[in-house]
Ligand binder design. Structure first.
Ligand SMILES: NC(=O)c1ccc[n+]([C@@H]2O[C@H](COP(=O)([O-])OP(=O)(O)OC[C@H]3O[C@@H](n4cnc5c(N)ncnc54)[C@H](O)[C@@H]3O)[C@@H](O)[C@H]2O)c1
Length: 468
């Protein structure tokens, strides 16, 4: 009798597990001490967006939502880009809308319609004279507004991270695939000069096979916490473990590894420190009461790819430390890194013969700055040749923001595939939830979902489309 009860109990638990899985097709199950995320089948009314190009748009009409610190700066940059026009702007606050309208008028730009309030974006998205909705709102609003915009026939460009959960990642993928609208996350760090040049060098074979890459977002946000509208950023950090801002770190290195263009991020493990400085920062602000601050002061994530490469990503925003968007590439023939210094080592200075001694650690050292600069010039990415000078003049994180917006408009104008597709947006943003779930299960490995649904090896590396 006892045995039958045990069998019934096990059967009931198994049925519960199956029903949980059914209830959340985008969720996970735990198998063999691994968290395994589901990859549901593509619905019949959707098509892959790999390589997708829309009809060319003569003059890209933009509706801009979110005019805070980032949004107002991005509107400024857009005014220097050809073949586009800001048709409408929107924010929670009327005064921010009016300030941007004034700025556009002072630049001699056509008058932009203004919307404000929590749902003002709906009226903006419902207009029939907008091609692209550009979002620079708090993280939790990215996906709901992007989905609404695509449902209303607009392409979308979304600040980072594009989504805060796996469900939201799939919402972006599914909506983009069904509506056949572009959904690009605005990962500007993919357009920084060093990263782009290294990508070109990797594609030309200078580093041999890439073995390991690293990326990070380490930025002490103490001076900024009070400036985020409604305190959205610290609220998110205090409530969540994990790498809540992973895309600056992971974006460029995923391009280096051909992620979903020949390889796939497969298994991830995340670990965080306690929230020593985070707790103190939240307590010092005195607005949350007696809370336990969730986000660890340092979060480290290790990822292994299907092709046997490894990735390290770091997140740190509360301890006093120099800014670092670490970028590091380690290949069978060379090495590059950035932050604090830009360095290259391509095997040229290897010690030989009697130079090799047990206490001589410089078996491979950085090439000189002169050698580095010469090689960086030689391998400058062809995509930026025409726009480098203007990018440096207009600026935006040293010019990379200009290049990103220029490329977005250029590709839409010429009807080309965008540099970053919806699968990049989903894969890079997916770390937000996946790292949190790993940490919440004692750093358990997580088998990542496949947003391309089996098509991750159908494309041969990243290309930047040009009309020439
Ligand atoms: N790529 C980068 O280098 C970079 C740099 C900074 C910020 N960001 C991203 O930009 C986004 C915005 O960050 P921020 O620093 O400008 O924050 P912010 O708080 O300064 O700005 C957010 C803006 O959104 C507005 N907003 C809030 N709810 C809204 C709604 N319902 N409709 C319309 N507007 C609404 C707010 O009023 C505010 O003006 C975030 O996703 C952030 O991660 C990216």
């Amino acid at each position: 009798m006892k045995k039958i009860n045990v069998i019934l109990a096990v059967a009931a638990l198994a049925a519960l597990a199956v029903s949980c899985q059914k209830a959340d097709p985008y969720g996970y199950t735990i198998k063999n001490n691994q968290i395994v995320y589901n990859t549901p089948e593509r619905p019949a009314d959707q098509q892959s967006m790999l390589g997708f190009a829309a009809e060319p748009i003569e003059n890209v009409r933009i509706g801009f939502v979110g005019l805070g610190m980032r949004g107002s700066g991005s509107v400024d940059i857009i005014t220097y880009v050809d073949n586009c026009e800001i048709v409408a702007v929107c924010d929670l606050y009327q005064d921010r809308v009016e300030a941007i309208q004034k700025m556009l008028a002072e630049r001699g730009k056509p008058e932009a319609a203004g919307y404000w309030g929590e749902e003002g974006y709906k009226q903006l998205c419902e207009r029939d004279d907008i091609d692209l909705v550009y979002l620079a709102v708090p993280w939790q609003l990215h996906t709901p507004i992007a989905v609404y915009a695509m449902e209303h026939g607009k392409h979308v460009a979304i600040e980072v991270p594009a989504a805060t959960s796996i469900q939201e990642c799939w919402d972006l993928v599914n909506t983009s695939e069904r509506t056949r609208k572009h959904c690009m996350m605005l990962e500007n760090c993919c357009y920084d000069f060093f990263e782009l040049t290294c990508l070109n060098m990797i594609q030309q074979g200078l580093f041999g096979d890439i073995v390991h890459v690293e990326g990070s977002y380490c930025h002490d946000l103490s001076p900024y916490w009070d400036r985020y509208q409604g305190d959205w950023r610290m609220v998110y950090n205090k409530d969540h473990h994990g790498d809540v801002y992973p895309t600056h770190g992971i974006g460029p290195i995923c391009q280096d590894l051909n992620i979903h263009r020949g390889d796939k991020m497969d298994v991830l493990v995340a670990m965080d420190s306690d929230a020593f400085a985070g707790q103190a920062a939240a307590d010092a602000r005195g607005i949350y009461g007696d809370i336990k601050y969730a986000n660890g002061d340092n979060t480290s994530t290790l990822i292994r790819t299907r092709k046997g490469k490894t990735i390290l990503v770091e997140h740190s925003v509360v301890t006093p430390r120099p800014y670092s968007r670490m970028y590091q590439v380690q290949g069978t023939k060379g090495f590059a890194n950035k932050y604090p210094n830009e360095g290259l080592a391509l095997g040229a200075d290897e010690l030989k013969g009697e130079d090799v001694a047990y206490d001589n650690l410089n078996a491979e050292w950085y090439m000189s700055n002169e050698q580095r600069d010469a090689i960086m010039e030689q391998y400058k990415h062809p995509m930026i040749a025409d726009i480098e000078a203007k990018a440096k003049e207009v600026g935006g994180h040293g010019g990379m923001d200009f290049i990103m917006i220029y490329r977005l408009i250029y590709c839409l104008h010429h009807g080309l595939p965008l540099d970053q597709d919806v699968y990049d947006a989903a894969e890079w943003s997916s770390l937000v939830e996946l790292t949190e779930v790993s940490i919440n299960h004692g750093s358990m490995p997580v088998v990542m979902p496949d947003f391309t649904r089996g098509e991750w090896d159908k494309t041969d590396g990243i290309t930047f489309a040009t009309a020439k």
